[in-house]
Write a protein that binds this ligand. Sequence first.
Ligand code: RBF
Ligand code: MG
Length: 181
Amino acid sequence: MTRPETVIPDSPQEPYPITSQSEVISGFGRGSAELGIPTANIELNLEILNELETGIYYGWCKILPQDKQLTYQKRTNSDTEIEINYGKNLSPQDLNQVFPMVMSIGWNPFYENKQKSIEIHVINKFLCDFYGATLKYNILGYIRPELNYTTKEALIEDINLDIEIAKKILAKDSYLQYNQL
Ligand code: RBF
Ligand code: MG
């Protein structure tokens, strides 16, 4: 399938905004390492997220640190360990800001995941990760379905296009007014 054109409504339409919050959990570690586009994997903890069409969405998000003791956890399917720091390494600036985000819901056909996943790429340059933190977010619209690709570079190119589309939409007043979380 080729990438369909994204329809951009003048303002968020039903069923948006969908507002929720989830814990940042460990993923495969591919986003940062392989694609150079880190994603925060979150728990699928809301039935409406399961009912949404799989694909790529945009909205706003905010990181809420948790007051918990630092721990370590082994990734599934690999020997690497991750630090569950609950967002405590982030700067005050990163914690008091609402960021634009793109969200991927589905099976990542390029990687043939066996489990449905939800990942958020927060559009900002972070100096550290934030496993265990809570991500509060609202979804305001849909960009495109999940696609398969013949190369990793083509996937990266499409994700970068999603990011540009999301930034452009979210800069409109009718979307900007939702950036309070
Ligand atoms: N994976 C796919 O297999 N097909 C896609 O079309 C696709 N689109 C994505 C769009 C965005 C904005 C993001 C953040 C991720 C997307 N992914 C897609 C998921 C990507 O494969 C995943 O983030 C990495 O494998 C890291 O888990
Ligand atoms: Mg990830």
